[in-house]
Design a protein around this ligand. Structure first.
Ligand SMILES: *Cc1c(COP(=O)(O)O)cnc(C)c1O
Length: 221
């Protein structure tokens, strides 16, 4: 059971880490994957509105589509940050507000069809690890063009650093930030629990934090 007071305390620490690294206006996406709906409520109770999820089934089980009459402060903004299969887009569309893992034209087309005008981030491969997804840096431009042509709102780019020492994340984060600037996009989604200082130093606008907010994730079944 997630205790909202624990989350509030940990949030203070995260904000201190961000500030100490020189970050001002950095958005925190609370990554609730692996936890129950209580993690979502605890995050919301602490004033976090951005919720990140990685697995389609789990997202659908945990987060209902917001009722049309929900007040804005009751309604999370749901970010899908995990590897996405095209055949999951239709079911996810009523629940997901921001698609952060768009890395190929097939997904651009399907999201444009099932969630017209949706907000997306294009995921760029920063690690060379196939399992993490993301398009090669030189594929960003054509993918961006394709997304805009199909009416999607491209708010930024997202990247996941390679595993290991936080410092190993720096070259990839620097590359991601340079691409965000090249295409004049507002959002640069990079940095997780282990490497958020490096991400702040390299100009993130949005860190995606799970463990540092909720504690260790229960193993995936
Ligand atoms: C799980 C996950 C996170 C959060 O990871 P923590 O190390 O728990 O902060 C961030 N981004 C993505 C894409 C994830 O899958």
């Amino acid at each position: 059971m997630i205790d909202e007071h624990d989350v509030a305390r940990r949030l203070v620490t995260i904000r201190e880490r961000i500030a100490a690294a020189g970050g001002g206006d950095v958005r925190i996406v609370a990554v609730t994957k692996g936890f129950g709906p209580d993690a979502v409520s605890a995050a919301m109770a602490c004033g976090l509105r951005d919720i990140g999820e990685s697995y389609a089934q789990e997202t659908l089980a945990k987060l209902a589509p917001s009722p049309p009459d929900a007040r804005p402060e009751e309604r999370p903004t749901v970010h899908f940050i995990g590897g996405l299969q095209r055949n999951k887009v239709r079911k996810l569309a009523p629940v997901v507000d921001v698609w952060q893992s768009i890395d190929r034209l097939e997904l651009v087309e399907e999201v444009a069809r099932r969630a017209p005008g949706a907000r997306v981030l294009l995921q760029v491969d920063l690690s060379g690890e196939v399992t993490k997804g993301g398009c090669p840096p030189d594929a960003v431009e054509p993918l961006l063009g394709g997304a805009l042509d199909r009416g999607l709102v491209v708010v930024g780019l997202m990247g996941i650093a390679p595993r290991g020492e936080p410092e190993l994340a720096r070259p990839g984060f620097r590359l991601l930030r340079s691409l965000v600037d090249r295409f004049s996009l507002p959002e640069c989604s990079m940095g997780m629990t282990a490497d958020l200082e490096v991400a702040v130093e390299e100009g993130t606008t949005m860190v995606r934090v799970g463990t540092a907010l909720f504690g260790p994730r229960p193993p995936r079944r």
